[in-house]
Design a protein around this ligand. Structure first.
Ligand SMILES: [Cu+2]
Length: 508
């Protein structure tokens, strides 16, 4: 009891000291250039002060996450285009993906300099089917090096687009792979060493949909843009000229902003019919966590994780996604009281993310089947010994994995192709408590076996490629690589990744 009081007092005093240090530097919309620098100063102060704050609970930077502005709902949500297959042959797909610079009218009447794939901002959806052979021509039309990483795809290391696959400005490359995994919602983004965060922040991100016989037979809502809606959530800071000034907004512990964009849409709103609507949620932000919830408190069904369908729909009132995680959920608007102002909110700060406008029109009679998949964790997998220990530690630019920073020329782990190993992840707290690190492993969909020795929640009992690792938490994961190559394992707070919170796994 005594200890608790002491800690509480310490926290209070520290909070007061910090409040005094940071003054009234509450960031306001559209003066990002200044707020960015200021929050940077704040961070440095926090760090300097940290020595005298030993034993402090909680984490400064994440306790002080600036709230998102509410969406006013004045703009209909933009739906990303679907990329056209250039190949007429069956079971073969050919795409061209170019990374390019552009200008985008995010704010009415103003052009913002952005990056995009095959367009000025964000990218199209790439449709793949299980069993397909895929050829993708990659073109770098940026002024800087970039790579094309397929997040969640189980492909050979040389097609994965990690930091080794860098293309210089003007360069092209071709990757070819076979789709061997089940239906899921994946995504793609750049992964160049040291500048992933800036390139994603400026707009390089797109979705990948994989279909298979199962997904086609389930009768789920699947009218793209009608009742099957992609939602890429990203937070940004715009400066007084409505530009994305990354250097000014940058925070070593993860760049966050007060302005929400969904699919690049400012103040988005979604019109739906009174039917079941499938939302494919991607936390595409550099660092912000989202806890998605309906403002009415009504429940929804989660049907898929990062890498595939859950065995059965899981009824939830909220779901948290850390950066790079995905979830597919279904909201049944025919069952909701639509006289209310319905909206998806972020329970982290109560902000309104996406207001819904529900028409009286009925829609498709789609289905949420009771059985969707046959994901299993075997007794054998549960009993495998831990053969890899991975410790995430630190904050700001002092982030490490097993005490080391990324080195392109060093292999940190090896694993045999096709062999399942149990990895144990631990997030070692620091003097200030520590922070959540979203862990991502390239080239594999894995199974979460336990969190702190307990069975993972129902909606994590499915294929995952990313998961949240809380301070002092131990997570056991069964990992198998179907292909060979060198793969990255890293924190998906993109600034942590760029600061070296990344290791290499060689699969032989
Ligand atoms: Cu991290």
């Amino acid at each position: 009891m005594k200890i608790k009081i002491t800690l509480g007092l310490l926290a209070l005093i520290t909070a007061l000291v910090l409040a005094a240090c940071s003054g009234d530097k509450e960031p306001t919309p559209n003066d990002g250039a200044n707020t960015g620098e200021e929050s940077h100063e704040d961070m440095d102060m926090n760090k300097e002060g940290s020595d005298s704050m030993e034993g402090m609970d909680g984490h400064m930077s994440h306790d002080e996450v600036v709230s998102l502005n509410d969406s006013t709902g004045e703009n209909e949500l933009k739906i990303p285009p679907v990329l056209e297959d250039e190949n007429a042959k069956e079971e073969e797909i050919a795409y061209t993906v170019r990374a390019q610079k552009g200008e985008t009218e995010i704010f009415d009447g103003t052009k913002t300099k952005t990056l995009g794939y095959n367009g000025a901002f964000l990218g199209p959806v790439l449709h793949l089917s299980k069993g397909d052979t895929v050829k993708i021509k990659l073109i770098n039309e940026l002024d800087e090096d970039t790579t094309f990483h397929w997040h969640g795809l189980e492909v050979p290391g040389d097609a994965d687009g990690g930091p080794h696959a860098s293309l210089k400005p003007g360069e092209e490359n071709m990757v070819e792979f076979k789709v061997t995994q089940e239906a899921s919602t994946l995504w793609f983004h750049p992964h160049p060493e040291g500048s992933t965060s800036e390139q994603v922040y400026n707009g390089l991100a797109g979705l990948i949909y994989i279909e298979d016989d199962n997904s086609k037979s389930l009768g789920l809502p699947n009218e793209y843009g009608q009742n099957d809606i992609p939602l890429i959530f990203q937070d940004k800071t715009f400066d007084d000229k409505y530009q994305l000034n990354y250097d000014a907004a940058m925070n070593e512990d993860g760049t966050i902003g007060e302005t929400l964009l969904i699919n690049g849409t400012l103040n988005p709103m979604l019109s739906v019919k009174k039917e079941k609507v499938r939302l494919r949620l991607l936390n595409g932000s550099n660092a912000r966590n989202f806890t998605f919830k309906l403002n009415t408190g009504d429940s929804f069904e989660q049907i898929a994780t990062d890498g595939g369908f859950l065995n059965e729909p899981v009824t939830l009132k909220e779901i948290t996604l850390t950066p790079s995680e995905r979830a597919e959920i279904i909201i049944d608007f025919s069952k909701l009281d639509t006289d209310d102002d319905l909206a998806l909110i972020n329970d982290e700060d109560g902000s309104i993310l996406l207001p819904f406008q529900v028409s009286e029109q009925g829609g498709e009679d789609s289905n949420i089947p009771e059985k969707m998949n046959d994901f299993t964790i075997t007794e054998e997998e549960m009993n495998l010994p831990v053969t890899k220990n991975v410790e995430f530690f630190g904050m700001m630019d002092k982030v490490t994995i097993n005490g080391k920073k990324f080195d392109k020329d060093r292999i940190d782990f090896t694993q045999e192709q096709g062999v399942t190993e149990v990895w144990e992840f631990y997030n070692k707290p620091d003097d200030m408590g520590g922070m959540i690190h979203p862990v991502h492993i390239h080239g594999t969909q894995f199974k979460i076996l336990s969190r702190n020795g307990e069975e993972p929640s129902e909606n994590e009992q499915g294929w995952k490629d990313s998961f949240s690792l809380e301070p002092d938490e131990t997570v056991k994961v069964a990992v198998q690589f179907k292909n060979k190559g060198v793969y990255m394992l890293h924190c998906h707070i993109l600034e942590h990744e760029d600061n070296g919170m990344m290791s290499q796994v060689k699969v032989e």
